[in-house]
Design a protein around this ligand. Structure first.
Ligand SMILES: [Zn+2]
Length: 462
């Protein structure tokens, strides 16, 4: 089915937002919201963070609505409500009725969440889906449309990409971090560096193959026996990414360890690296990793690559929340004024702490990515507070999704949050509409072009 090109949403969640605005605020605020939201639709968006995958990179080539729910953030809320994660092979042979039988109740309990609403918003924008909720009676028809689009996903992806208003997406392939070939019509490469840090404390012994980075180095004829060997190979990976026009480095280590990176000396790290990795205590393994991340920050300065860092809340249904507390990164901001740090996700739930870094440090930027999907209301509140505290050349927006429907819903959500906050600020006499429009343009496009040096790339025709 063709995507619609509506610039103003009609029914569904957006109607709720508009209704809320026009009833709780003055008529002016509702009109201002509509005017600003329409303006966001004119912008060709630079989306600073995505995990889009082609169908062939997924476990299943089959794509029904149930497969999309399964790989959407929404699934975490469904599980949290008591639903069941089903593997994609089983989904292949399951009708939507059977799926509803298993997860329908849990799905209904998520109708209030931002994960649900932004997922739905993608279908409202791209499929003209008008119902306010997914129901037992409407999911079969919608699923048939999804399947039809996914028979030629690349064509569908491009059509939806244009309809959503994207110009460029930064692609973080955490599942394939050494791949440097991406479709430059849509994507800019992100150098995902978790492996370089985490595997530095897992050196293979004897004839062991070792983790991925050691295998890859072996295939390229490089043996890594000393820390110097390891650093030479990591520098080689940096250069390969720079040659492939990577726009930044990405750290999402909060999923597996704390974000506090001690300043460990080269000598101490070299000594620890030379010992068998199996003999290292947890603290010693962390010391090598800490050294490596400091080394990566220094290399990022040398290669002029901003460093994106996951902070705050962790996706999924079980992890150590305080791993990603933004304040743990404070020592790095002080030590490396020449680096550009981009903090992700509003540091939720530590949004105030997160904002303080954007205010304190000229080299710390704030990416609103994913915050509106985690909690729309917190995004509204936090962005309003951030606009009191932080200059507006410090913000970006990203989607953080695995498929185009969810990215589109994320963008619709992000736009509605920014328009709502700015409309209320104009109404309170804190901004003119002219400056509000400039803030919109900076958040969704121009700040990214400047900080990630995209001018030349965007002027190139393919
Ligand atoms: Zn992400």
């Amino acid at each position: 089915m063709s995507p619609s090109n509506r610039s103003i949403p009609t029914l569904g969640v957006y109607a709720f937002f508009l209704l809320g605005l026009t009833t709780s605020c003055s008529q002016d605020s509702g009109l201002l919201y509509e005017s600003l939201k329409s303006y966001t639709d004119e912008i060709r968006v630079i989306n600073t963070h995505e995990h889009q995958r082609w169908c062939e990179e997924n476990a299943s080539m089959n794509h029904k609505l149930s497969h999309l729910i399964q790989s959407a953030y929404l699934m975490s809320d469904v599980v949290s409500a008591g639903g069941t994660r089903i593997d994609s092979g089983q989904l292949d042979s399951m009708t939507m009725d059977e799926y509803w039988e298993i997860n329908g109740h849990a799905l209904e309990y998520t109708r209030n969440t931002s994960y649900y609403s932004h997922f739905l918003a993608g279908f409202q924008k791209l499929y003209d889906f008008q119902d306010p909720y997914f129901t037992e009676s409407n999911i079969e028809g919608l699923s048939t449309e999804v399947e039809a689009n996914y028979t030629d996903y690349r064509r569908w992806f491009d059509e939806a990409f244009q309809a959503a208003g994207f110009e460029l997406m930064f692609l973080d392939q955490y599942w394939n971090p050494f791949n440097t070939e991406v479709d430059e019509m849509h994507y800019a490469l992100v150098f995902h560096i978790n492996t370089l840090v985490m595997q530095s404390s897992s050196k293979p012994s004897g004839e062991e193959e070792g983790p991925e980075i050691y295998q890859l180095a072996g295939e390229e004829g490089m043996k890594m026996q000393t820390l110097d060997d390891y650093l030479v190979y990591c520098d080689h990976l940096f250069r390969r990414n720079v040659e492939s026009r990577a726009v930044c480095v990405k750290n999402s280590m909060a999923y597996s360890r704390s974000l506090d990176y001690e300043d460990v000396s080269y000598e101490a790290a070299r000594e620890l690296y030379e010992r068998p990795s199996s003999s290292l205590s947890e603290k010693e393994a962390k010391m090598i990793q800490d050294f490596m991340f400091h080394w990566i920050v220094q290399k990022s300065i040398e290669y002029d690559l901003p460093i994106q860092i996951h902070t705050g809340y962790l996706a999924g249904n079980g992890n150590q929340l305080d791993n990603g507390k933004p304040v743990k990164l404070n020592n790095l901001f002080l030590l490396y004024p020449g680096a550009k740090f981009v903090l992700f996700h509003g540091g939720y739930p530590w949004t105030g702490e997160y904002a303080a870094f954007g205010k304190m440090f000229a080299n710390v930027y704030l990416d609103l990515v994913w915050l509106p999907q985690i909690s729309r209301e917190e995004a509204v509140h936090a962005l309003d507070e951030m606009l009191d505290a932080v200059p507006y050349n410090k913000f970006f927006w990203g989607g953080d999704c695995a498929f185009i429907e969810e990215s589109t819903g994320s963008l619709e959500f992000g736009k509605s949050v920014v328009a709502e906050v700015l409309a209320k600020r104009i109404e309170r006499g804190l901004l003119t509409e002219e400056v509000a429009r400039e803030i919109i343009l900076k958040i969704f496009r121009e700040n990214a072009i400047k900080v990630f040096a995209l001018e030349e790339r965007l002027s190139r025709s393919f």
